[in-house]
Design a protein. Structure first.
Lengths: 269, 274
């Protein structure tokens, strides 16, 4: 079977037909089986990487003891607080800069300069300013979230079709009504794209921020597990981080399906 | 240009202007320039109440500039431009807000009354009342432009401005739109100014066709043909004169051009502008 055939007849291998969905599960499951086999036979020692079955057992144990839910709750609250603050600040800045030239000239230059800073490099400064409790962690997440929200919403506001604005004006829609009925709905797709970036970066910054002298949270669990070479706990926490990212993405998708129901990509579905 | 087309209007709203017979639009000595380019200069225009006027011109002749001025989209400060405040525009593109349902687009910017009922009535007039609740992106090009017409009509304008509204529609849809516009015009009797580059469209629709050239009205043609208008001898004579005014020499069927030898294959003559 040539490459061209594979492109032309996807889903066929030498005459054998597989469902595309089923086929894509084969290699991940095979890797998992190899990982388990490696653990059982001792090829992969537990202090290098715990076997999947051990990870699963540890997971149930941590859920049953309440250790995982309580620490997950702490981490979740950190992300939620950082997101809320960052989205609010980013939105306020983008509205001010997007809706007035004066606002743009005042806000855009400093924001564009600050966004070139890697946010995580600011953590020493934040510790000096805010100490080592919750404040620097939430502040780091909030700062990291501000930029994608600002950049996307600002460009969204500025790229609303001027012909639509002109038409609405000609029908007597002006001032605040114009912003509410035309400009903000037109910028909403860009805002939601920014929100998606924001959620991804929020989880990323959470991971690092939680390493700052944490007394609770997923990062605290990982730090503790590292000290006791508990790779099973570390893997459990990594999986939780991945699920957090996945859940955040699903959340924005759900919002998009509702708020952007008018878009052709959703109309077909 | 001095005497308006006499046309019985079934619906005419009483107004001060109507009582004393003032024209709906009156522009005197209008000029407009963009930088060093003079687009319009010393332009006079009068549109009577309920009159259907078509404005022809080459690209860049200032047709759209003039329409935008009459629509109030461009400022005409300090110039003699008189238009009614009840005016509405249908643009070349439908320009519907994609995030508002069709009926909410129709009532955009309207205050008071029962907006839903007014929108449905207007949509009914363009044959789209069954599409009131859908998203604009699900409409075909012709449907979207009919919604744009309904959005203009629901405001009961005394001046309806159409900026090449059918230019991007296919030929069959365009013929249907012509009939629709004429029937709506008869029922509501607004003054209409349609900007187009399609000579046949202008002759089919208007009471009076103006040709814009060199920044002013360069030619004027009153169309007295009975509606609905078919392409006949009178139609072709008018078309030839208008094309001449636009700088296009065009042979009528069976009438070879005087200067050129007759072509071996008959030159296809446009019966319906495609």
């Amino acid at each position: 079977m040539t490459l061209v055939d594979a492109i032309r007849f996807p889903g066929t291998y030498s005459g054998v037909r597989w469902s595309r969905f089923g086929r894509r599960w084969v290699s991940p499951l095979l890797l998992l089986a190899l990982w388990e086999l490696g653990g059982r036979t001792g090829v992969i020692p537990a202090r290098v990487l715990a076997a999947p079955s051990a990870v699963a057992a540890t997971f149930w144990g941590m859920v049953a003891s309440g250790e995982l839910p309580s620490n997950l709750g702490v981490s979740f609250l950190r992300v939620a607080a950082g997101l809320a603050i960052g989205v609010a600040i980013g939105t306020a800045l983008a509205l001010t800069a997007g809706l007035s030239r004066l606002g743009e000239d005042a806000i855009d230059p400093p924001v564009q300069m600050l966004r070139t800073l890697p946010v995580l490099a600011l953590s020493p400064l934040f510790i000096v300013w805010f100490g080592i409790d919750e404040t620097p962690k939430i502040a780091l997440i909030a700062l990291a979230v501000t930029f994608p929200i600002y950049l996307n919403l600002f460009s969204g506001i500025r790229s609303v079709d001027p012909k639509l604005i002109e038409a609405a004006r000609s029908f007597g829609v002006r001032g605040f009504d114009l912003i509410r009925q035309v400009i903000l709905p037109g910028a909403l797709p860009s805002f939601l794209l920014g929100l998606r970036f924001a959620l991804a970066v929020a989880v990323l910054v959470l991971v690092v921020a939680e390493q700052i002298n944490a007394q609770a949270g997923l990062g605290y669990l990982i730090n503790n597990a590292r000290d006791f070479l508990r790779t099973d706990i570390i893997v459990v926490c990594l999986v939780i981080y991945a699920l957090l990212g996945l859940g955040a993405d699903g959340l924005v998708r759900a919002i998009e399906r509702r708020a952007l129901a008018w878009r052709p990509s959703f109309l077909k579905a | 240009m001095s005497h308006p087309a006499v046309r019985p209007t079934s619906v005419s709203k009483p107004s001060a202007d109507a009582a004393i017979g003032l024209p709906t639009v009156e522009v005197k000595g209008f000029h407009r320039r963009f930088g060093d380019v003079v687009v319009l200069q010393d332009l006079d225009l009068r549109i009577e109440q309920g009159e259907f006027v078509a404005l022809l011109g080459r690209s860049g002749s200032g047709k759209t500039t003039l329409l935008r001025t009459l629509a109030g989209l461009d400022s005409a400060e300090g110039q003699s431009v008189r238009t009614p405040s009840a005016r509405a525009v249908v643009f070349q593109e439908p320009r519907l807000l994609p995030w508002k349902s069709v009926w909410r687009n129709v009532t955009l910017g309207l205050a008071g009354g029962d907006p839903r009922a007014r929108a449905e009535a207007a949509l009914g007039e363009v044959g789209l009342d069954h599409r009131a609740n859908v998203w604009p992106r699900t409409l075909s090009g012709g449907e979207a432009q009919r919604v744009a017409l309904a959005r203009a009509l629901v405001r009961e304008p005394r001046l309806l401005l159409l900026d090449e509204p059918f230019a991007s529609l296919d030929a069959l849809t365009r013929i249907r739109m012509h009939d629709l516009v004429l029937s709506l015009w008869r029922r509501h009797a607004p003054a209409v100014l349609i900007v187009t580059h399609d000579v046949d469209e202008a002759i089919t629709l208007a009471d009076r066709v103006l040709v814009l050239d060199g920044g002013r009205i360069a030619a004027e043609e009153r169309i007295d043909l009975p509606r609905p208008r078919e392409v006949g001898a009178g139609f072709q004579a008018i078309r030839r004169r208008l094309l001449g005014a636009l700088g296009v020499e065009h042979a009528a069927p069976g009438e070879p051009r005087a200067a050129a030898p007759p072509p071996l294959v008959p030159f296809p003559v446009r019966e319906v502008q495609a």
